[in-house]
Design a binder for this molecule. Structure first.
Ligand code: ZN
Length: 139
């Protein structure tokens, strides 16, 4: 069995963003040489997500509005978590809803996606270096 590990690094200048990382994962898959197996892609921070959905700007704006409605960033005093001196209480909640990781099947050396599926990095507390783990196993 082959095993491959790589970290993708991000430094998003804005507090929140959605970044399509499908090509980066495809590059990892090529480097791994795996033809049949699984790829795990997970955010290594508790204020960021990895998720699969459509690369459609209206949907991404809908996510942004929906998440801000559920867990508005301000006022930061509304979150008990921020009593630690942090201001990212909302980002922890947004990450929980959007998820930590995705697993995609690898078939014939390709990501075995359904229609329109793309992999995204969701940033909810940007402005610093953060990373995503890509782990591939198979043969
Ligand atoms: Zn925090």
């Amino acid at each position: 069995m082959k095993s491959y590990r790589k970290e993708l690094w991000f430094n998003v200048p804005t507090r929140r963003a959605f970044i399509n990382i499908t090509r980066d994962v495809q590059t990892c898959l090529r480097e791994s040489g795996v033809q049949e197996g699984l790829v795990l892609v997970n955010a290594m921070h508790i204020t960021a997500s990895v998720f699969i959905n459509d690369d459609e700007s209206g949907l991404h704006q809908d996510y942004e509005d929906w998440l801000e409605e559920l867990a508005p960033h301000a006022p930061v005093s509304q979150y008990r978590h921020n009593r630690t001196g942090e201001d990212n209480g909302d980002a922890h909640l947004k990450r929980q809803i959007m998820g930590r990781e995705v697993v995609v099947a690898i078939t014939g050396g390709k990501l075995d996606f359904g229609p329109w599926e793309q992999i995204f990095y969701g940033e909810f507390d940007g402005g610093r270096r953060k990373r995503v783990l890509v782990k591939i196993i198979g043969e």
